[in-house]
Unconditional design. Structure first.
Length: 202
């Protein structure tokens, strides 16, 4: 195998290896950061819903307050299920794919991929309304990671296309460099071989 070919193949192996390592590292970091962001979003939405629904839960105003709150939250990106229940655990309002599955929190498999659910306690709208200010209910918000992973995948594909252009340009430069380096070397080697043969004209 010629030196030029070895040089090009070696450079290609290094470039593709570096690109694969970068892709694997970037994918791992992106998924980890996305998971953390999704969890934070679920907890934040649950806390907001708990604070905004305290009066409705206390008065059990299901249709005028709770149902619109739940439906509006379900329109938020990545949210797949919302439920509000009273202190005894009865569901007052719920919507989504698993709105009545009120006991599961954390990560679990769902009908739309991996789902993270967060819960928050609903406190009475004023102090002294319940003995010892005990919670009057709870809310649960579930978010799906399916869309989030799809967005990450699209971003990675764009990065891969860009990396492919960079690798192609780098290989082109390596080929040009290899040609410029190996041609003079080849001429020198041919001259040495000719000298050994006694052919001084070449």
């Amino acid at each position: 195998m010629k030196f030029r070919t070895k040089l090009v193949l070696g450079a290609a192996a290094v470039l593709f290896g570096a690109a694969f390592a970068f892709f694997a590292f970037f994918q791992s970091m992106a998924r980890s950061m996305a998971v953390e962001r999704l969890e934070e979003k679920a907890h934040s939405l649950a806390q907001n819903l708990a604070s905004n629904s305290s009066q409705a839960v206390y008065s059990e105003d299901l249709y005028n307050q709770l149902a619109p709150l739940v439906k509006s939250l379900l329109d938020t990106p990545d949210v797949v299920a919302v439920s509000v229940r009273n202190a005894s655990g009865s569901v007052l309002a719920g919507a989504g794919t698993d709105s009545h599955d009120t006991d599961k929190t954390g990560w679990s498999p769902g009908s739309r991929g991996s789902v993270f659910a967060a819960m928050a306690q609903v406190i009475a709208p004023a102090q002294g309304l319940t003995p010892g200010n005990k919670p009057i209910g709870s809310v649960r918000v579930a978010l799906s990671a399916e869309r989030l992973y799809a967005r990450i995948w699209r971003m990675l594909v764009r990065s891969l296309v860009f990396a492919a252009f960079i690798i192609a340009a780098a290989l082109g430069l390596v080929i040009v460099f290899a040609c410029r380096v190996t041609r003079p070397l080849g001429r020198i080697l041919e001259a040495d071989a000719a000298a050994v043969r006694g052919d001084m004209e070449n």
